[in-house]
Design a protein around this ligand. Structure first.
Ligand code: IPM
Ligand code: MG
Length: 372
């Protein structure tokens, strides 16, 4: 298959982790005889520095023309604490989501057996967790009208949803549930918010088209608690933009590191794949960033195009790296020698020689491998 992929590495650790995904995708292309063409473009704080715009027109038009987008991370501390900043890196990401109509953000959360000890949560609670969060990504309070009074004493952000916006992501969530454990949990605040009541009405209606899928409802405050108390009760979690942002970071604790969480942002015409972690500026350039979230996002890219064996190969390689503890120090603090690119090398090498990984493990540790 020929795929044109726009690469937007962005800020902080974005470029480092994205480089590992490209390495892995190139290995897949070689192994499975595909033609993946990568074109880089600026976004975020980097693009503000070079173009005075967090999403330059050339980057947006590249994304419109390509089959898929591989995104790194966005954000820089110099903008975070400056409420007066006229442009912010995050605007680049939000504009990209909106302009490309990427309304469904899919965030898988899994408790890896090899990492049960790494989670701050009790392993008997999290073992077996396998959740797919469907976060609405182009509506709600993120995109509603914003207002700051002239005297600076009052501000508001409007949360608005239309039936159509709710319907399209709901269908995607139910379709995914049909291929999973056939359960959708709508997370909302219907006891308080009018938008949540609209969500309930629309989701209930659509559920009748999927009779084999069970639908239940949870208020977001309760859901935040249940996610930590009994995460195995969830299959597909469907929610609006802001709630999805919050609970997906919370859910990342289950997997042991936010450095493992991949995501796909999908619309009717375009699709973008990105790790859910941020730009981690303190970690940039040190080789300590965990590339697995980005690499798993690349696997989601392959799945999006029906390349399931290829995606499966990456996931097996990631499982193997976790079993063999070939990870960055966020997962195993003693691994001070295992850098971002060594983890990527291991995954790449596994794809080329799947039966050889024990040897590779020894070599990585002894520093003797050709892949070092
Ligand atoms: C995410 C991020 C973004 C969001 C930021 C960077 C704007 O936290 O993708 O979850 O809030 O959506
Ligand atoms: Mg977030």
């Amino acid at each position: 298959m020929k795929l044109e992929i726009a690469v937007l590495p962005g800020d902080g650790i974005g470029p480092e982790v994205t480089a590992e995904s490209i390495k892995v995708l190139k290995a897949i292309a070689l192994e499975f005889d595909h033609n993946f063409i990568f074109t880089h473009a600026p976004v975020g704080a980097t693009a503000i520095d070079s173009h005075n715009d967090p999403l330059p027109e050339e980057s947006l038009s590249l994304c419109r023309q390509t089959d898929a987008i591989l995104f790194g991370a966005i954000g820089h501390p110099k903008y975070d604490n400056d409420p007066n900043a006229a442009v912010r890196p995050e605007q680049g990401l939000l504009k990209l989501r909106k302009e490309l109509g990427l309304y469904a953000n899919i965030r898988p959360v899994q408790a890896y057996d090899a990492l049960l000890e790494q989670s701050p949560l009790k392993k008997e609670r999290i073992a077996g967790t396998d959740i797919s969060i469907f976060r609405e990504l182009t509506g709600g309070i993120y995109f509603g009208e914003k207002h700051l009074s002239e005297d600076g004493q009052q501000a508001s952000d409007l949360c608005a949803y239309s039936v159509e916006e709710i319907e399209r992501i709901t269908r995607k969530a139910f379709e995914a549930a049909q291929h999973r454990r056939k359960k959708v949990t709508l997370v909302d605040k219907a006891n308080v918010l009018e938008t949540s009541r609209l969500w309930r009405r629309v989701v209930k209606d659509i559920a009748t088209d999927y009779p084999e899928v069970e639908l239940d409802f949870l208020f977001v405050d309760n859901a935040a608690m249940q996610l930590i108390l009994r995460p195995t009760q969830f299959d597909v979690v469907l929610t609006e933009n802001l709630f999805g942002d919050v609970i997906s970071d919370e859910a990342s604790v289950i997997g042991g590191s936010i450095g493992l969480l991949a995501s796909a942002s999908v619309g009717d015409r375009h699709a973008m794949f990105e790790p859910i972690h941020g730009s981690f500026p303190e970690g940039a350039g040190k080789g300590i960033a965990n590339p697995l979230a980005s690499i798993l996002s690349a696997a989601m890219l392959l799945e999006h195009f029906g390349l399931y064996s290829e995606a499966g190969m990456i996931k097996t390689a990631v499982d193997r790296s976790l079993e063999l503890k070939i990870t960055t120090p966020d997962l195993h603090p003693e691994n001070t020698q295992i850098t971002t690119s060594k983890v990527g090398d291991f995954i790449e090498d596994f794809i080329s020689h799947p039966n050889d990984s024990n040897i590779n493990f020894a070599n990585v540790h002894l520093g003797q491998s050709t892949i070092i």
